[in-house]
Design a protein. Sequence first.
Length: 319
Amino acid sequence: MQISVVIPLLNEEQSLVELYNWIAKVMRSNSFSYEIIFIDDGSTDGSWDTIEALADLDENVKGIRFNRNYGKSQALHAGFLKAEGDVVITMDADLQDNPEEIPELYAMVAKEDFDLVSGWKKKRYDNVITKNLPSKLFNAAARKTSGVKLHDFNCGLKAYKNSVIKNIDVYGEMHRYIPVLAKNAGFYNITEKEVKHQARKYGKTKFGVNRFINGFLDLISIWFLSKFGRRPMHLFGAVGVIMFIIGFLSAGWIGISKLYKLYHGLPNVLVAQNPWFYISLTVMMLGTQFFLAGFLGELILRSKRDKERYLIKKTTPNI
C-alpha cells in the first residue's frame, strides 16, 4: 500500500463526507493505493455514524472510536499503530488542510527520501491575536530549544515514512513535537513544505489559548526527556552529589572553625545556634533526595511496562 491517511477528529460530522470525497478524488486521480483511517476521539455528535457509513461505502475507509475524549496525541498513536502505507499522511478533519497537497508530500518522502515532511501554513486564516501571534512565539521557542528548524510545528498536515511512525511514541500532548520525537529517534532527514491553509468551513475550533501554555510546558518536558530521559541519574545524580559535597564541606568548615576557636579560647557559639549549620544540613538532605530521585528514575526505566493510554470502544469491521 502506498499511502495511509490518518485523521484524528472530534465532533466534525459536517465536514467528514466532503473531506472523504476530496481525499478519494485526489487518490484516484493519481492512481494511489490508499487507506483512510478516521480516529473518533470521543465525539458526541454523529461523527461515528458517518465514519461507519463511509466504511460501508468504501473498503479503503477504516475507523477507530475511542470510549471518550483522550486527546489528539492518543488518537494519532492509535492511527499510527494501524497504518500500513509506505507513506503516512496526517491531517485534520476540519477542511483547513488541503488534500491537494498529498501528491507532493508523498513524492518528497517516497522519491526524495525525506523521513518527515512538515506542512508550513505560511498564510493563515486564523485570528491574529488569539492564534497567529502565540503560534509564532511558540514555534520560535520550539526551534530554539529542539534544534529542529521548522516554521510550523503544530501544522496537522505532515508526511512520514512508515518506519518513522512505527518507532516514535506519541503520548500526552506531544503531537506538536512529532518532528522532535522523530529526530530524537534518529530520523534526521526532516524538512518542511509550504501548504495551503483554508478558513474553517464548519463548526468551531476545539483548541483554546491554553493549548499554547500546555505547548510550552510540553516543550520543557521533551527537552528534558531528549537530554536525560534515558539516563535520569546523569542529571539528578550529578546535582545530588554536588549539593551533598557542598553541604558536607560547609558542615566540615563549621566544625573546624568551632574547634579552632575553642583551641585558641576565642568567643564561640553552639553549633545548633549557627544558621549556616542548618543551611549546610538542608543542602546535604536535598542532595541525597536528588540522588535518590535519579536512582529511582533508573529503576523505573528498567521495570516499566507498556500500557495502553486509551480505551477503544469500537472499530469498523475492516480494520
